[in-house]
Structures are given as structure tokens and as C-alpha cells.
Design a protein around this ligand. Structure first.
Ligand code: FES
Length: 152
């Protein structure tokens, strides 16, 4: 979706900045905010580019650099940690050959940590793009990654 279409869904109030940045980032196949997105939001809300850039860099939910087509976020909050998220993290790093904050060379996967996803009842959990996966095991992780690779 073009940035203009996203912007026109919101009123011209600075209160809408976070939601606008969120939608602009969601519309990016590379899960990030490009310079043009920041400028479009700033112009629309009559804010300075510097202010919008500062907001985008302050919150960890926004990225100013391109990420993989599949953005994997592993929950590291205590309930998931207690139920094995470290093992899941190590297995993901091994399967993908990357560390946290990195993207695979084929641009298919980016690995990130996150705090509670709100599904502690199925810990350990992770989110890939908009989909939540729970009750993770090393075997299930391997299946999920293989499925995503096949789907590309
Ligand atoms: S602690 Fe991981 S989903 Fe809540």
C-alpha cells in the first residue's frame, strides 16, 4: 500500500504518529521504515523530519534498516525463558546461521528478541511476521523454518 493511502486513514494529529509509523512499516515487504516513509509522516503531521526520525529510532519496534521477508521475534520474557526460549533461540541461530539482529544473506529471515507476546500459556513462543507460534520445541522450529523456506 502506498504511504499516501496509509496517511489518509489518520487525522492530521501528532497523536497518530506511532500508529502511522507502525502501518508504514507493516506495509514494507522488508519490515522497515525507509527515509521516504519518515518524510511522508513528518510532512503529513507537520512535524520536523528530525522529530519523526528520533521517535522511530527510540522505539525498538521500528527498524530503519531492511529486514528479512520473515521477521522472527523470540520472546525472552521470564515465563518463556523458564520454559526453554534459550534452547529455541540457539536452535534458530544454528538453523539460520545468523545471530540476533541479523538477516540471512538470502534476505529470507531476520532474528530478533522481543518481550512478552501475550501468549504465556503456550510458552515458549515466537512471532513470525503477524503469526504467533507457541509450545515450541527444537523439532517444531525445524519444521516451521523448513515450511517457510519451501513457501518462498
Ligand atoms: S512471556 Fe513469552 S509470551 Fe508471555
Amino acid at each position: 500500500m502506498k504511504p499516501e493511502k496509509i496517511l489518509e486513514r489518520y487525522g492530521c494529529s501528532a497523536d497518530n504518529l506511532l500508529a502511522i509509523l507502525h502501518d508504514l512499516q507493516d506495509a514494507s515487504p522488508e519490515h522497515y521504515l525507509c527515509d521516504a516513509d519518515l518524510r511522508a509522516a513528518a510532512d503529513y503531521l507537520k512535524l520536523t523530519y528530525g522529530f519523526v526520525h528520533g521517535v522511530a529510532t527510540f522505539y525498538s519496534m521500528y527498524s530503519l534498516k531492511p529486514r528479512g521477508r520473515n521477521l522472527i521475534r523470540i520472546c525472552q520474557s521470564p515465563p518463556c525463558h523458564l520454559l526453554g526460549s534459550s534452547t529455541i533461540s540457539r536452535e534458530l541461530m544454528r538453523l539460520l546461521g545468523i545471530g540476533f539482529g541479523e538477516t540471512t544473506p538470502d534476505k529470507l529471515f531476520t532474528l530478533e528478541m522481543t518481550s512478552c507476546l501475550g501468549v504465556c500459556g503456550v510458552a515458549p513462543a515466537m512471532m513470525i511476521n503477524d503469526r504467533v507460534y507457541g509450545n515450541l520445541t527444537k523439532e517444531r522450529i525445524a519444521e516451521i523454518i523448513a515450511d517457510l523456506r519451501r513457501a518462498q
